[in-house]
Design a protein. Structure first.
Ligand SMILES: Nc1ncnc2c1ncn2[C@@H]1O[C@H](COP(=O)(O)OP(=O)(O)OP(=O)(O)O)[C@@H](O)[C@H]1O
Ligand SMILES: [Mg+2]
Length: 442
């Protein structure tokens, strides 16, 4: 390496070590001081070696960092108009870099798709088509798509850079969200999806890893407009999740590979995400992705308020309607869902979910199936009926008591009357025996 090339690599290495939180600014400053001292002497060394020597980095951390810098450099020299600053993360399908958009001097995130995903021409077509639609979306809760392109066989997607964390970061630490906190996040996402659906764009991959929360606490839905293939799901079934993250949030109709996927698939995935947030558990868990998918298709959902008993009946009903296996039984659209989310958020019952539960109960009755009284509506109805019976019984007892008293009073009156009649009939004796009535003078 030439001297100045080595220096610029050291600078990048140091900056990325701090950015990736492998060391502190202070530790880096110390190392740089020593680096300069050694360069002046007879024992020059690279920053990477020095940081390992001083045990600021482990050898494997240093190797990983060096590898990702090389990778970033490869990408940065290839995508014109952008300078890659470092790697932000990677998922099953792509690597995401932090970069500077040179023309506008702003920080962006660039998602680069590996070649194996972009060899199929229909995929590339959809990648561009959906990228173009996504770039037209403009919503505060959607990660703004900026550009899509291809260079040297690499397909890239440029988007707004979100400084913050993903919802997955919180959930993987075991955080259980309060009902209010969860609803505040889900309402922002439902608004974002309502906007996308109105433009004809379905997300198809709503999940905690694609939900970011920035430093101001604003929720941002990522990967909107990133084309997914139905064959990804087939691949997941065969490759046990290697090609496709474990499908904890996917709608049954997507698992079945149906072609007419609509906004209700996003409602299901959002429901599964809300379920995870308020219970601390994914709705269906198993040791393999195919088993998780089987459960999405067949297994009844354990109501969230059975896991977290502090949840309101309302939020549980909303989640159950969101996650109905049959899309016809879900909310029709995001607008309908938002009515119920807002109602529960304000402490009121979810009107639309209640209607669904009542309809379901009616249908079951029509079918001659015994109705399960788990839902709160039925309980409220039963309680009201019981209260009415109680009032009727008390009124009946009171009425009987009054009747009894009247009968008693009448009997007493009758007895008195007959006694006075007796005394009038049978003459003086009774008068004279009565002290209040003076006896006639003889
Ligand atoms: N716009 C962005 N701004 C900042 N960081 C981002 C942005 N988009 C993605 N990231 C980061 O890059 C990581 C990788 O994202 P990517 O979409 O490739 O995979 P994923 O969504 O995490 O997982 P999967 O591959 O299972 O879908 C994310 O977890 C996130 O930390
Ligand atoms: Mg993602």
């Amino acid at each position: 390496m030439a001297d100045n090339e080595a220096t610029s690599f050291d600078t990048l290495f140091g900056r990325m070590a701090v950015e990736q939180k492998l060391c502190t600014e202070e530790e880096l400053k110390e190392c740089k001081k020593e680096l300069q001292a050694r360069a002046a002497g007879s024992n020059p060394v690279t920053l990477e070696r020095l940081m390992v020597e001083k045990q600021v980095l482990t050898p494997s951390q240093a190797a990983r960092l060096k590898g990702s810098i090389r990778e970033s450099r490869d990408v940065s020299t290839q995508i014109p108009g952008y300078r890659v600053l470092g790697k932000l993360g990677s998922g099953a399908m792509a690597v995401v870099y932090k970069a500077k958009q040179l023309s506008l001097d702003r920080t962006v995130a660039i998602k680069v798709l590996p070649k194996k995903f972009v060899q199929k021409s229909d995929y590339v077509e959809r990648f561009y088509k959906e990228g173009r639609i996504a770039a037209k979306l403009n919503h505060n809760n959607i990660v703004q798509a900026i550009d899509v392109g291809e260079v040297g066989g690499l397909y890239y997607f440029v988007m707004e850079y979100v400084e913050g964390k993903t919802l997955y970061d919180d959930l993987s630490k075991g955080k259980i969200f309060s009902e209010k906190e969860a609803l505040d996040i889900i309402i922002q996402l439902a608004n974002a999806l309502a906007h996308a659906h109105a433009q004809g764009l379905i997300h198809r991959d709503v999940k905690p890893k694609n939900i970011m929360i920035n430093k101001e606490g604003i929720v941002k839905l990522a990967d909107m407009g990133l084309a997914r293939e139905a064959s990804d799901i087939k691949a997941a079934k065969h490759e046990q999740g290697k090609a496709f993250g474990t499908p904890y949030y996917i709608a049954p109709e997507q698992i079945r590979g149906e072609l007419d996927i609509d906004g209700r698939a996003d409602i299901y995935a959002l429901g599964a995400t809300l379920y995870h947030m308020v219970t601390g558990r994914v709705p269906f868990d198993a040791s393999s992705p195919s088993e998780v998918m089987r459960k999405h298709l067949k297994e009844p959902l354990v109501p969230p308020d059975h896991i977290n008993t502090s949840l309101s009946a309302g939020i549980s009903e909303v989640i159950e309607v969101m996650m109905a296996k049959n899309k016809e039984d879900r909310y029709k659209n995001m607008e309908e869902l938002l009515i119920d989310l807002q109602a529960v958020r304000d402490g009121n019952p979810p009107v639309i979910a209640r209607q669904r539960f009542n309809m379901e109960a009616l249908e079951k009755l029509e079918d001659g199936v015994e109705v399960n009284h788990r839902d709160e509506t039925q309980k409220v109805y039963n309680d009201a009926l019981l209260a009415k019976y109680k009032v009727a019984v008390v009124a009946l007892i009171a009425l009987s008591a009054v009747l009894f008293l009247i009968v008693l009073f009448l009997a007493f009156q009758l007895k008195n009357k007959s006694e006075s009649y007796d005394s009038m009939t049978y003459g003086q004796a009774s008068f004279s025996s009565c002290p209040e009535i003076p006896s006639k003078p003889a």
